[in-house]
Design a protein around this ligand. Structure first.
Ligand code: HEM
Length: 534
């Protein structure tokens, strides 16, 4: 043994009583016993819950499910195989019966979101992880940042925004007419619906379209950036402790751009521009005294000093990330299915034409107003069915069982267990939605009131309870505006329904609604149009 600083170290040797024992095998046995004991305890905790064997011991398989892009179907198949309660991971159980929604997603606090949602927080080296209304798990903080903006999203505050939806519709139609109508050019309708949904949210939030519709492309790669962000984040949601080390540490962020950074950059730019405009007195105003949402966000912080300084960023980030893709996904689902099932499209068009004939003065021109169409039963059924078929968020919406544990459906889940229900699974629950739950059938909503209400309460597309979607009225406004507007103006020929592709990485993505467009021959009443300027 070499001397350190001249001190002679004694040779390493075992105590005499241990000499002769097989130390290495002993250590290995001890380690193996420790691991076996740990795995036994992990399994024991939720041993009563059925599921695939590996789910008792590791999260790895559920991470892999998400990487396939088909986790929604895998989750559904797991429920078909194991029943309404399935163990997906050592501490995570998926529930599949919508009757349990009120227990799992109560209105009262005390059933917080799981670490899944922390993964979805954008992270920067200087600012750390940014909590937004959607992803914060801290219930106090959630209340603090949600309460001030909740009134902005009420139905009565949403309706005045209709004029901006109209403007965006007119830009879309101008572009479709110019580029595709009667030219025989095939285009992907799904892309244009996505451009529309984003440009509507851009208008509502910043008084500016992002320019997707005018340019007919993904300007500044914003759409692909959001998609890449989701795609990258989705597998980590299944193993959040790893995200903490890998994506949410300053050390790692030194070497690569942090998650959500680009979108935050875009949000920050809009906020900075607006601050500058406010100083020069050129803040955005819609001209009717209504201010865009960013202006309203600023006003809220001016009057409330107790709000955290990053509030405006968090609210705006929510609008960009939670409000556009989600609505686009439903628009695409509705349109793909209307085209794939032309009977349903014809029936919807007949309902709209009938309304045009019978309503006093006909439907509002050039696009039906919300008031004209909001109560049309078949339109409503079509939108509900679109929401049911492809909910945009398609992994279990996870919550953590509070102190004392909870019994749901005859199963007891101890405190700390993560429970979740996937909207895709709940929305296909056969006893609730019928044997044909896998298939597009708007008629399932044209049923007696009581059954319809039961189905409405069972649909999980907007989430439920305390954390139900804040923007659902805005989404319904957009959906009930764009669908009739396109139905009345165009005939689309779907080239091949097999080109339609869906992928799920927490958000759904669909593409391949390849169509040719023609102008529909309008009735006399429809020809009485008025011009809406963009
Ligand atoms: C069809 C369109 C939409 C669907 C299906 C949808 C779906 C959802 C779902 C499922 C949740 C709850 C997620 C959970 O529990 O983990 C949610 C929350 C939320 N959504 Fe939406 N959303 C849509 C449109 C919008 C729009 C247009 C906005 C904003 C303009 C928006 C803003 C929000 C916000 C802020 C939350 C968080 C609410 C909270 O935690 O208190 N959403 N949405």
């Amino acid at each position: 043994m070499p001397a350190a600083h001249g001190i002679q170290l004694p040779p390493l040797s075992l105590p005499p009583q241990l000499r002769g024992l097989p130390i290495v095998p002993l250590l290995l046995t001890l380690a193996a016993s420790g691991i076996a004991l740990h795995l036994f305890r992990v399994w024991w905790r939720l041993r009563h819950v059925p599921g695939p064997i590996w789910a008792n011991f590791t999260n790895i398989q559920r991470v892999l499910w998400v990487t396939t892009g088909r986790s929604h179907e895998i989750h559904r198949d797991m429920h078909t195989k194991y029943g309404e309660v399935v163990r997906f991971a050592p501490n995570m159980v998926s529930l599949g019966n919508p009757a349990w929604i009120p227990q799992l997603y109560p209105i009262r606090p005390g059933f917080p979101k799981s670490d899944f949602y922390r993964v979805l927080m954008p992270f920067t080296r200087t600012g750390g992880a940014l909590p937004a209304v959607f992803n914060t798990r801290d219930e106090e903080l959630h209340k603090k940042i949600k309460s001030p903006i909740a009134p902005l999203f009420s139905m009565s505050n949403t309706l005045p925004l209709e004029v901006f939806v109209d403007k965006t519709i007119s830009v879309m139609m101008e572009q479709l007419d110019k580029r595709f109508v009667d030219s025989g050019v095939v285009f992907d309708l799904s892309e244009w619906l996505q451009y529309f949904a984003f440009d509507v949210m851009g208008t509502l939030t910043f008084s500016k379209r992002y320019g997707f519709l005018e340019e007919g492309r993904d300007v500044n790669s914003m759409l692909s950036t959001i998609w890449q962000y989701m795609k990258r984040a989705a597998p980590y949601t299944q193993i959040p402790w790893f995200d903490e080390i890998w994506n949410k540490s300053n050390f790692m962020a030194t070497f690569r751009s942090a998650s959500g950074f680009t979108i935050l950059g875009l949000v920050a730019k809009h906020i900075a521009d607006r601050k500058a405009a406010r100083i020069t007195g050129k803040g955005a105003d819609h001209g009717r005294g209504d201010r865009d949402m960013l202006s309203q966000f600023f006003e809220l912080t001016t009057n409330n000093a107790s709000l955290p300084p990053w509030c405006v960023t968090a609210w705006t980030f929510s609008n960009v990330i939670a409000g556009s893709d989600s609505t686009a996904i439903i628009m695409k689902t509705v349109w793909f299915n209307l085209l794939a099932y032309p009977d349903t499209l014809n029936r919807l068009r007949a309902e709209l034409l009938e309304a045009d004939r019978t309503a006093e003065g006909g439907l509002t021109k050039p696009y039906p107003s919300w008031k004209d169409v909001c109560d049309l039963p078949y339109l409503d059924a079509v939108i509900q069915e679109g929401l049911r078929m492809h909910p945009p968020f398609c992994l279990p919406l996870e919550r953590v069982v509070p102190k004392g544990g909870i019994a749901i459906g005859g199963n007891f889940f101890p405190e700390g267990t993560v429970l979740g229900m996937s909207p895709y699974v709940a929305n296909r629950h056969v006893p609730t939605f019928g044997e044909d739950a896998e298939i597009w059938n708007p008629d399932r909503w044209m049923v007696p009131k009581e059954l319809r209400q039961r189905r409405e309460a069972a649909i999980m597309s907007f989430g439920a309870g305390r954390r139900v979607c804040l923007g659902r009225h805005i989404a319904m406004l957009e959906l009930k505006k764009i669908v009739p507007a396109l139905v009345l103006r165009y005939e689309f020929d779907l080239i091949d329904h097999k080109r339609y592709v869906v992928e799920n990485h927490w958000f759904f993505r669909q593409y391949g609604i390849d169509v040719k467009a023609r102008r529909r021959v309008e009735t006399e009443s429809e020809k009485k149009t008025v011009v809406v300027s963009a």
